[in-house]
Write a protein that binds this ligand. Structure first.
Ligand code: SF4
Ligand code: SF4
Length: 448
């Protein structure tokens, strides 16, 4: 699976309407799939490969004319100072380097004064070489590399079309990018194979791959023949809610004791934003969605990367201006439904301020009192968000007082030392050395 599950939200701005009243313009985000669902790998849990069936007979290649049209419309529609082009798939590097050189050319041609343009590209890494790396470095591309952990955990599901493992090639890509100073982060999916190995995964990424930016995306793969968001059975490759929560908790416990300020784990950063009273900035945890769309190779615009299916097709950008589709009733209703369909169980949940019920695509189970629409990952989310509450409150308070959240590591060390001390006093025998370190027997010192 290549596509990033979530997007960064940016503040909305406004533009004048025909009637003179300002109409809020969402700062939206588009995941662009210039090669559609085509990929050179056959990752067993990929939700996007089946989308090839939507376009029978297609060559699955975005034309140069469409690329320029998209670039022009996308830049024009953004009312914010920073515009990010997000390249996804399938595998976007199958378009070849020349396509991306043109993409950058068109971006420069249509760039508005006082705007900055960024590019992010999610890849399986298998086609990267020195030329790609030079290009990424020279053009400041931020690369997301898909890697599911050490060899056995990665190769469990990430195989090529012949079923062969891909670990060595992906590791080669990471090394090449490091050598060429390409900025990259690692996207790790959490599934049945690696779900019970959180620390093995985390330490491998930190100590062997030596990356500092991580995302852990849960695999919740619906078991149906269409590849659409239908049904409520999941495949046995999916992570369970409980497992996902435990996975995050174990990594958080290591991170919060030694890696704060050194390692950046997306869900920890997002949580800190929420605990600090800010927007979580990630669509899955926002109250509503609808500002993270997906564009197919032929210009078809869909409501979301996870809803590339006929019912969520908004239109084609060669026929309807992109902005019109983003602002359409259909798309706003799609985004609002995320809030409107939240079960009572979520509405009264104490971690709703960060969770907001999670992504609608995963709302396939019922609440304990039988209401449908609960997130499949609820148990894990709840456990994780409850577990991090103390440290998050501490870090949010540090931020409020303009101090480093990394102070949490000292705070926890002290708290734990104090706990150990109290336990030692409790369990000390009369003739044991006193835990205070005086050298006296306990009965002659604190035990007197
Ligand atoms: S359905 Fe909404 S929350 Fe889920 S990935 Fe799409 S935009 Fe994000
Ligand atoms: S933790 Fe569960 S109950 Fe609470 S908001 Fe999230 S999905 Fe709903």
């Amino acid at each position: 699976m290549n596509p990033l599950d979530a997007t960064t939200a940016v503040p909305a701005s406004s533009m004048p309407s025909a009637g003179g009243d300002p109409v809020p313009v969402p700062a939206f985000h588009v995941m662009m799939k210039p090669r559609g669902a085509i990929c050179n790998l056959d990752c067993k849990y990929c939700y996007f490969l089946a989308k090839e069936d939507l376009y029978p007979g297609s060559g699955f290649r975005m034309s140069d004319d469409l690329l320029e049209e998209y670039t022009r419309q996308y830049i024009e529609a953004q009312q914010v100072p920073e515009v990010t082009f997000a390249w996804q798939g399938g595998e976007p590097t199958l378009m070849g380097l020349e396509f991306f050189r043109k993409a950058v050319e068109y971006q420069k041609k249509h760039q508005k004064p006082d705007t900055r343009i960024y590019n992010s590209l999610q890849t399986n890494g298998t086609l990267l070489d020195a030329d790609w790396c030079r290009f990424f470095h020279e053009n400041d591309f931020l690369i997301g590399l898909s890697l599911d952990g050490p060899r056995a955990l990665h190769d469990a599901y990430r195989v090529d079309k012949g079923g062969k493992p891909t670990f060595d090639t992906v590791m080669g890509a990471a090394e090449m990018m490091q050598a060429s100073e390409v900025e990259f982060n690692i996207l790790t999916t959490v599934h049945a194979a690696n779900g019970e190995h959180p620390l093995e995964v985390y330490r491998f990424l930190r100590d062997v791959v030596k990356t500092r930016f991580l995302q852990f995306i849960p695999i919740v793969e619906l078991d149906n023949d269409t590849g659409y968001q239908e049904g409520n059975e999941v495949t046995d490759r999916s992570v369970t809610g409980k497992q996902y929560g435990r996975f995050l908790v174990r990594i958080f416990d290591e991170w919060v004791r030694r890696d704060v300020g050194k390692m950046y784990v997306q869900i920890f950063d997002v949580s800190l934003a929420a605990w600090s009273g800010q927007s979580p900035g990630l669509c899955i945890f926002m109250e509503t969605c609808g500002d993270a769309l997906a564009l197919e190779h032929n210009g078809d615009l869909y409501a979301c990367d996870h809803y590339v299916e006929p019912d969520y097709l908004l239109g084609n950008i060669t026929e309807i201006p992109m902005m019109e589709m983003v602002l359409s009733e259909q798309q706003r209703a799609f985004g609002q439904a995320k809030l409107d369909t939240l079960p009572q169980y979520c509405l009264s949940c104490d971690v709703r301020f960060i969770c907001n019920g999670g992504c609608p695509k995963n709302r396939i189970i019922t609440t304990p009192d039988g209401e449908p629409g609960l997130n499949y990952l609820c148990e894990g989310y709840k456990a994780f968000f409850h577990h991090i509450d103390g440290p998050m409150r501490f870090m949010a308070n540090e931020l409020r007082h303009r101090r480093a959240p990394a102070n949490v590591m000292t705070y926890i060390r002290r708290q734990e030392a104090e706990l150990r001390r109290q336990r030692a006093f409790k369990s000390a025998g009369r003739n044991d050395p006193c835990p205070c370190g005086s050298g006296l027997k306990y009965k002659r010192c604190h035990g007197r």
